[in-house]
Design a protein around this ligand. Sequence first.
Ligand code: 5GP
Length: 202
Amino acid sequence: MENQEQKSEYTGKLFLIVGPSGSGKGTVIERIKGKYSGFAYPVSYTTREMRNGEEEGGSYHYVSKEKFEKMIKEGEFLEYAVVHSDNYYGTSKKDITEPLKRGAVVVREVDIQGFNSIRNLVPKKNLVSIFMKVSDMEDLKGRILRRGKISDEELEKRLDSAKKEMAQAGECNYQVENKWGEIGDSVYHVEKIILAEIKSLY
Ligand code: 5GP
């Protein structure tokens, strides 16, 4: 963000969905998106491979490391991070700030590093963070494995990141426990939080 003056131009609210990989953030956002088409759902950039069932422009724009690094140099990211020690992930500055200036409700998932960067860039009154908790590490391991084939090394990296992320859960404004098989409840809780928080916007 360029300066304080610009920050104060925001009239919208950014909802950051945080939590370990496999905690259900993506599914919750998909369900909210299906119901609230008027909210903005910025598409992040990543250098990771596309998974089965994913498509360009869904949750991500899939770009090469070279392209990502060019975008960093050109100042196109609000924040970016290396996640699980290998791939870049980044939120586009304009895709977040423009809707916030128009007074829109913006919903995006990021890892804990993204949350830590954005909390220093977007004023508190325009930012709401929701941490998706998992019941335990075994449950999380099962979920990650069910999402598709990954190497033991990749699994270890994700579980390691998850432990670090869980330790910061208390720093988010809200925590929602996503119990296995109860995604509907999690969506309901996240939806309730968003609706309560945006009452003041309308
Ligand atoms: P996945 O590879 O499972 O889609 O995502 C890996 C992690 O990167 C997840 O925790 C996800 O929330 C996070 N992530 C997705 N988009 C962004 C982004 O734009 N910035 C940051 N910092 N993390 C992101």
